[in-house]
Design a protein around this ligand. Sequence first.
Ligand SMILES: [Ca+2]
Ligand SMILES: [Ca+2]
Length: 240
Amino acid sequence: MTIARRPPIKPASRVQRTSRVTGVYAACLSWGKAVSEFLRAGRSRPAIAQIAPAFYAGVADFNGDGKEDIFLSQNFFPTEIGTPRYDAGVGLLLLGNGKGGFSPMSSRASGIAVFGDQRGAAFADFNRDGRLDLAISQNGAATKLYQNVGAKKGLIVQLAGPPGNPNAVGAQMRLHYPGNRLGPAREIQAGSGYWSVNSPVQVMGLDGDADSVWVRWPGGKETIEPIQRGQTKVRLIHPN
Ligand SMILES: [Ca+2]
Ligand SMILES: [Ca+2]
């Protein structure tokens, strides 16, 4: 893995101006076991993750090691009169160890440095190279798009859902490995934080040679799709 030697993520482009604040949030208690583990385990919650409020906590495998990581968008500028703005964060990537522990990456190591009033964020593999990319919005400033250049490539999984739900929102998926070992669960969701949504096309990090993809579809049906060693993408269709 090259993540320690060069930044895994680099700025790709500025996208657009973002929204204005319409509410006040102390912190974003987002979804996923990874987030709940992170919030529950004080020993795994490093100080740098607490130096500013976070509006977005996204769970995905940003370095492609098969273990879920967390990205926090940070800061909050429009505080009440008499309270200084919270501006100590630059966006924080925390690498998971698969056991509920998370280690923060420095901005220099991750390549992520957003100095403004961060709000929503979303992940997607916009260039389809098997590495998950990240967009981070700011209140009153440009949205930043970071292209992941250091992650190990993962398996791109696209689901075709049932009528009325073409992206299979609500589906869960896990990679299966020899020895009946399962990777972390990923869920397709229709919202991922403040005015943002992740791509329904998932990049599943590989922790070895997976042999199949397990999916629990909206409605409860379960399928197991074999995959070949070295396969880079798979498209699965809802079992009507
Ligand atoms: Ca990871
Ligand atoms: Ca990518």
